[in-house]
Design a protein around this ligand. Sequence first.
Ligand code: F6R
Length: 241
Amino acid sequence: MKICRAKDYNDMSRKAANLISAQIIMKPDCVLGLATGSTPVGTYRQLVEWYNKGDLDFSEVLTVNLDEYKGLTRENPQSYYYFMNENLFGKVNINKNRTFLPDGTEPDSGKACENYNEILRAVGDVDLQLLGLGHNGHIGFNEPGESFSTETHCIDLSEQTIKANARFFETMEEVPRQAYTMGIKTIMSARRILIIVSGEDKAEIVKKAFFGPITPQVPASILQLHRNVTLVADEAALSKC
Ligand code: F6R
């Protein structure tokens, strides 16, 4: 694993965006695996800035996202589709027909997951998979204790996550209880993985995930076995290593 030390969140974002840019420049029709959450926002902002300067062309890029809430439409501001549109897809010249997320509006979980697996199979190997890291070591929505050999599946969100998400919705009934996520097996099949982490609140889990034992209790620890992983983390996130 290569560890790239960044000064702070902005530096982490710029370094990560540099690696993604290099991928796009080297292979304009590359397949990017993308993440949502707060960590990649700065990375996407930097990519958009370079696109606006004329340094990047997304016209041939194809993307597959890690996850989506079950039951949320694309128009819902809490959906990951909406997030991707706001932060990246709506701001660069990507062909929307070449951007894929699990379909949160498909009520049949088996069907939603099989459809996404079919898309992933048809797309072929992901050239560069971007990941964030959950406080409990999750990647995508693969929570502690899950098998390392999963493909796309439906997960029940923990009570903790449901409560944390409640602030974004008017009523408790609207808060998603489930999500569709790419599995660890699929994530591990990417040619290259770029995981970005920022902040002191992630320092403990960075130490456990990348310097501790490989265990399903810390899903990200499996990344230690991938042959091409780059961790870009700021000093605060690396402060316990
Ligand atoms: C998002 C995702 C999650 C996040 C993780 C960290 O698509 O798959 O695994 O990367 O929860 O989230 P933030 O960046 O908000 O700390």
